[in-house]
Design a protein around this ligand. Structure first.
Ligand code: ZN
Length: 313
């Protein structure tokens, strides 16, 4: 993490930096990065070539994995879930809708891999729809709970790519890509898991959306250190193309969230005091009530693995 104390109230002018990554931008290879904004001690930069933004420095895979333990789902991590399990009815409702989306792209149901499956709601819904579903979950505690439900869970996507290449009809990842150390390698591993012609469905946050542009550093998604990457269409297309897949669609997504989830976005550390107060009020709303999240900053990207992709290298 950044070691230098910065003044969170100032928005510095963009300045040239870098190269930050040894090989330049992970999406386009650009060797420059511009200051985007500072959040307390954390520093975000953006690539002038493709628009991808990220924390500088990028946390290591080990740092991120330790962050996404059980505490991320139980309100003990900034930017995490207030109480993920409490919102189970809403997660099940979302999973059912997501499976309907998958079935529009993949028919008949086949093998499905859900990456970042948390408590396995997507796996349950996919199983009921006729898919043979398994998951990837980095939290050993969560992985064990889903295994107890009878699902096969692997703790790293790279391991599935190595052990089961070209084995799945569809790979899904919901709000996972912003949190990984190396998104380009992560997407390449996901594509390797697919049969030629198989479908990759990614749900992620779009920093080029109106609400993200309007709110800037106050965009509710900007929650360091868990949110490492702030994605956009162009870098996603570049990384997917290099991974051997082509983008079929890029659409705004909606989902149901609890008021507790909205509160956890608002009263995270570093938020303005007015937002924190609203967050505290929302925590009093009964957990059974949901609200449709439709701010236009969440997108679903569907990509298809190219036929005849060489797996060499
Ligand atoms: Zn770039």
């Amino acid at each position: 993490m950044a070691t230098q104390q910065r003044d969170a109230t100032t928005t510095p002018e963009p300045s040239h930096r870098g190269p930050l990554q040894p090989d330049g931008c992970v999406a386009c290879g650009c060797r420059l990065a511009l200051t985007l904004f500072d959040i307390g001690d954390f520093h975000y930069v953006r690539c002038p070539g493709c628009g991808l933004a990220h924390l500088d420095p990028v946390p290591s895979a080990a740092e991120l994995e330790s962050f996404f333990d059980e505490g991320y789902f139980t309100g003990r991590r900034a930017g995490g879930y207030d109480d993920y399990a409490r919102d189970a009815p809403l997660h099940r409702r979302n999973a059912k809708a997501r499976v309907r989306d998958v079935m529009r792209a993949v028919a008949p149901p086949g093998r499905l891999l859900d990456v970042g499956c948390a408590l396995g709601y997507m796996l349950e819904a996919a199983g009921r729809a006729g898919f043979e579903a398994e998951g990837v979950e980095v939290s050993p505690v969560l992985a064990q709970r889903v295994r107890a439900g009878g699902f096969r869970i692997t703790e790293a996507l790279a391991l599935v790519a190595e052990e089961q290449p070209e084995s799945f009809d569809v790979v899904t990842m919901y709000q996972v890509l912003a949190h990984v150390a190396e998104p380009d390698r992560f997407l390449a591993d996901a594509v390797r898991c697919l049969h030629p012609g198989g479908v990759l469905l990614i749900e992620t946050w779009n920093r080029e959306s109106l609400v993200a542009r309007a709110l800037g550093r106050h965009w509710q998604i900007v929650a360091p250190p868990s949110v490492v990457w702030l994605d956009a269409r162009r870098p996603l297309e570049l990384m997917l193309t290099r991974a051997g897949a082509s983008v079929v669609s890029f659409d705004v997504a909606t989902k149901w969230v609890s008021f507790g989830f909205v509160a956890s976005l608002l009263d995270a550390p570093q938020r303005a005091e007015s937002l924190v107060r609203i967050g505290r009020l929302l925590r009093r709303v009964p957990p059974t009530l949901g609200v449709p999240y439709a701010l236009g900053d969440l997108v679903t990207v569907v990509a298809r693995r190219s036929d005849g992709l060489s797996l060499a290298g």
